[in-house]
Design a protein around this ligand. Structure first.
Ligand code: SF4
Ligand code: SF4
Length: 110
């Protein structure tokens, strides 16, 4: 479940393609995003010991330095947090976005 969704089948299979997962439209569709209910499910499933809800909030609000200090870069993008969230929050989308910004900021610092 770590891969990126593709819109159609016109995408080539390359050396880096380790697998293709085909799921139905029902399985692929996301529920309507709700507020975080602080259930902690995303935290309990994270294999890296991160707080995905916090990382999403920090990325969403633009607190990239804090996100970096909360180890956003160690996220392996497994998608487990987004998968289990009962509020259908796009945790991984925001974490990926935050990681890209943090990466860019580190490039600027160097
Ligand atoms: S996508 Fe990242 S933050 Fe979410 S569960 Fe996986 S490693 Fe943790
Ligand atoms: S799983 Fe979703 S609702 Fe629960 S704490 Fe994480 S972000 Fe909030």
């Amino acid at each position: 479940m770590m891969g990126k969704a593709i819109k159609n089948t016109d995408v080539p299979v390359t050396k880096g393609t380790s697998g293709i997962l085909v799921i139905s439209e029902d399985e692929a569709s996301r529920g309507e995003q709700q507020n975080c209910i602080r259930c902690g499910k995303c935290v309990s499933v994270c294999p890296m010991g991160l707080e995905p809800n916090l990382l999403m909030d920090l990325s969403e609000k633009g607190f990239y330095e804090k996100a970096s200090s909360e180890d956003i870069m160690t996220c392996i993008e497994c998608g487990s947090c987004s998968y289990v969230c009962p509020s259908h929050r796009p945790l991984l989308d925001y974490i990926r976005f935050g990681k890209n910004i943090v990466k860019k900021l580190e490039i600027v610092k160097n």
